[in-house]
Design a binder for this molecule. Structure first.
Ligand code: C2E
Ligand code: MG
Ligand code: MG
Length: 768
């Protein structure tokens, strides 16, 4: 995967992860919001219920106090008893509790206040000398209203109290005011009472200015200052809002922070004097456990998301780095930093589509292996790097180079002119040659190079496969040319040669398919007649192999016999041909034809094989062929090593009944001596003697042929002249005493079937 693709993929994954994570976080937030809202709503409702409980209790207390006073007032009205002490005692006896600290009666518009003293007091006092709160409730009652005073300090009692005033009627007219002064203990007790749900709420009672009237013990919000607005738990803005709310008598809910925790705070108005209950649940923070659990989940989420994104990014970086390393390994040569062959091929494919001529040169260093030993590995590596550097400076914009294997450099050049290509490659070679001078080394750095010039320019918009094929062909041809640029002492440049390539290609094909071809019977027996010049009849035939491939194409022996001789397959083929000949003879004999002698070409490899004679005998025996019908054609080259050895083999073959013919006599450096010394039955004068009718112009040649034939005759060796192509040829060879002739004049080599029809079935006359 290339880097851009990888980056894009990582980016996609990151964005996707971030998006999914954000969605999850968003959903969680919404969920948290709804859950906490619901929880808070339910909590608030619960709190409100508790607060109402306190509120009702306090208001009930007010009502009960006022109610008690009004009962007394009624009692006064009815009985006209003004003994307040008795009243007080009476109340206490009825209610069983200490309802009022003091009771007082003040006649309307009078300044004389009769006070009942429950605790050691009991003198008439002046109303005008009483606390203003007392005076107010008394006066309100004169007006016919029952009222409750604000808190005030009762000097006698030495504690804060409130006073109630109710009118006392006589005949429907307000006659006076009944006053009740009450300690705040009862209220404090109410505030300290736990709710029905056994939940303790911190409840403070304040007036509209924020002053504390009373509070539950251990009040959570009350600080040393006597006013709620003097605490530091509210900001100025918050205080303003609270004041405003209190002024309008609204209930109000807020929150405050203490020691890092947030608590709810409720302002609940009492229906009296603008008083408020200020409540908080000090046991419960405003943020519930659910909230905290969710916060923890969110934080965990965020941490996971952050870690995931970090991992993706880090993993991506790691992948990119790895990818870069892989790309480096996949595309670059680690030593020189140049492209490797794989990348070079890709680049060439891209450049081939450009509209210009091109060629590829491959440069190889002569004896680089030894240079490693001579210069040492490091310096040899240095030379390779320097060559890469030279190439880097040599190639033009749309040219490329690469290093392949140890010491091969491929260069793609923008020229299809062989001359230009040669000049450029030579200049590279010279620059490389100067490297050893720079290194003060006497060992020359010599290069050899194979160059292939673009064969056929690519058509415009050529498809990918054609571009790939052309590029591969070009590289392949340059490699082929390099193989033929044998490392010499000097820089060498060799261009790709199609004919050499085809020959090698055929050779490769031949070698790779020869075995299967033999198994599948692609090697066919062809026969060429030898004419007896004395009677014009067929004397014998020569077996000549033809390779007819599956597709019907025919390959001639000249193309594959030399290859088989080199690779050793010829021996196998020769025996195969002997067998084909024997099989054919057998068939003819079985069909009633007079058998005819057939000569078979034998290669040197086979001739000297230890099991050669045995094999031949096995074949002839297998088909029951009398061995005198088989002539073995050997080449004079067989005698090169040892004539004695050859004669030994020949005599063994003679013993077995085979005849021996010396083929192509006179084609090489033949000597007449050979004729005398070799124990052969037949000699075949090479077709070169007749080629181009040279004998006609060259009398010496005539004399030579005449004497060879005469000598052979004297040595009791039959003679065949090959290459008879015309009537003149025939006349000439019969004139010099040849017995048998062979050549196209009579027949080309033909298949065994045709041979049968032509000669065996027609009585053996050889036309020509
Ligand atoms: P060769 O044994 O000298 O065979 C004669 C060659 O001369 C044959 O070529 C034949 O076609 C050719 N020839 C015959 N008459 C004329 C003529 O008038 N003019 C010309 N120009 N050529 C003529 P072919 O069949 O191509 O065989 C070439 C050589 O291949 C043979 O030369 C022989 O050395 C070798 N060869 C052929 N078959 C076999 C085989 O089965 N085993 C071995 N070891 N070699 C074989
Ligand atoms: Mg021959
Ligand atoms: Mg021959």
């Amino acid at each position: 995967m290339n880097e851009k693709k990888l980056q894009r993929r990582i980016l996609k994954i990151t964005i996707l992860t971030a998006a999914v994570s954000s969605l999850l976080v968003f959903c969680s937030c919404v969920l948290i919001y709804y859950m906490t809202t619901a929880e808070r709503t339910s909590y608030q409702a619960q709190m409100q219920a508790f607060i109402n409980e306190y509120k009702i209790n306090i208001e009930r207390q007010f009502d009960s106090d006022i109610g008690a006073l009004e009962t007394l007032a009624g009692f006064i009205s009815d009985s006209r008893i003004l003994s307040l002490d008795n009243l007080d005692e009476g109340i206490r006896a009825n209610s069983g509790q200490d309802m009022f600290y003091r009771l007082g009666y003040c006649e309307k518009d009078s300044d004389e206040l009769k006070i009942s003293l429950s605790k050691n007091m009991g003198e008439d006092e002046r109303l005008s000398q009483q606390n203003i709160q007392v005076q107010n409730v008394v006066r309100e009652a004169w007006e016919g209203k029952a009222s409750t005073s604000f808190k005030f300090m009762d000097e006698t009692l030495g504690e804060n109290v409130i006073a109630y005033g109710v009118p006392v009627y006589n005949n429907g007219q307000v006659e006076g005011s009944l006053l009740g002064i009450k300690s705040l203990d009862t209220f404090e007790e109410i505030l300290n009472r736990t709710t029905l749900s056994q939940i303790s709420i911190d409840v403070d009672w304040v007036n509209q200015s924020g002053e504390y009237i009373t509070w539950s013990s251990g009040s959570f919000i009350k600080e040393s200052m006597g006013n709620i607005f003097n605490t530091r738990i509210f900001s100025q803005e918050e205080k303003d809002v609270i004041r405003e709310k209190m002024a309008s008598g609204e209930a109000y809910t807020t929150e405050f922070e203490r020691e890092g925790k947030t608590y709810p705070l409720y302002f609940e108005p009492l229906d009296r004097n603008g008083w408020y209950l200020v409540c908080t649940d000090k046991t419960s923070e405003i943020r519930s456990p659910v909230y905290f659990r969710f916060v923890i989940v969110i934080i965990t989420f965020l941490v996971i998301i952050t870690l995931s994104i970090f991992s993706i990014l880090y993993g991506g970086r790691f992948l990119r780095k790895n990818n870069r390393q892989l790309i480096g390994l996949a595309y670059y040569d680690p030593l020189t930093g140049s492209f490797n062959l794989h990348r070079f091929r890709q680049e060439v494919r891209e450049l081939l589509s450009m509209d210009s001529g091109y060629s590829i040169a491959i440069l190889n260093i002569r004896h680089f292996r030894y240079m490693n030993e001579i210069f040492g590995k490091d310096q040899a590596d240095g030379i390779l790097c320097s060559i890469a550097h030279i190439l880097k400076n040599t190639v033009h914009e749309n040219e490329r180079y690469c290093r392949y294997m140890a010491d091969e450099f491929y260069v793609f050049l923008n020229t299809d002119d062989p001359q230009q290509a040669r000049i450029r490659v030579m200049s590279i070679m010279e620059a490389v040659g100067r490297l050893s001078e720079n290194m003060n080394r006497t060992y020359p750095i010599v290069l050899y190079s194979g160059i292939a010039v673009n064969p056929d320019p690519l058509p415009k918009n050529a498809d990918e496969s054609l571009v790939e094929k052309t590029s591969d062909t070009l590289i392949h041809r340059a490699e082929f040319a390099l193989k033929h640029a044998h490392a010499g002492q000097e820089n060498t440049v060799v261009f790709y040669d199609e004919s050499i390539y085809q020959a090698e290609n055929l050779q490769n094909q031949i070698e790779s398919t020869m075995k299967s071809a033999l198994d599948q019977g692609e090697f066919k027996l062809y026969l060429q007649p030898k004419k007896d010049l004395r009677n014009g009849k067929i004397h014998s035939g020569e077996a000549l192999v033809r390779w007819i491939r599956e597709d019907g194409t025919m390959i001639y022996p000249d193309q594959f016999i030399p290859i088989f001789e080199k690779n050793g397959f010829c021996a196998e083929l020769d025996l195969y041909m002997v067998e084909q000949v024997c099989r054919q003879l057998r068939r003819w004999m079985d069909e009633g034809y007079e058998p005819i002698t057939i000569s078979v070409n034998q290669s040197k490899l086979l001739f000297y094989r230890s099991d050669y004679v045995q094999k031949l005998c096995q074949i002839t025996d297998k088909y029951h062929i009398p061995r005198q019908y088989i002539v073995l054609e050997i080449l004079e080259g067989l005698a090169a090593e040892s004539i004695e050895e050859l004669n030994k083999n020949i005599s063994v073959l003679h013993e077995k009944g085979f005849k021996i013919s010396l083929d192509d006599f006179g084609s090489g450096y033949s000597s007449l001596n050979l004729l005398a010394r070799l124990d052969i039955d037949e000699v075949k004068l090479d077709r070169g003697f007749l080629a181009g009718d040279q004998y006609m112009k060259n009398d010496k040649l005539k004399v030579l042929m005449k004497n060879i034939i005469r000598l052979a005759e004297e040595l009791h060796i039959d003679t065949v002249v090959e290459g008879v192509e015309s009537r003149d040829n025939e006349e000439f060879i019969s004139c010099i005493g040849t017995v048998w002739g062979q050549g196209y004049y009579y027949s080309r080599p033909i298949s065994a079937g045709e041979f049968q029809k032509e000669y065996l079935e027609k009585g053996g006359c050889v036309s020509g």
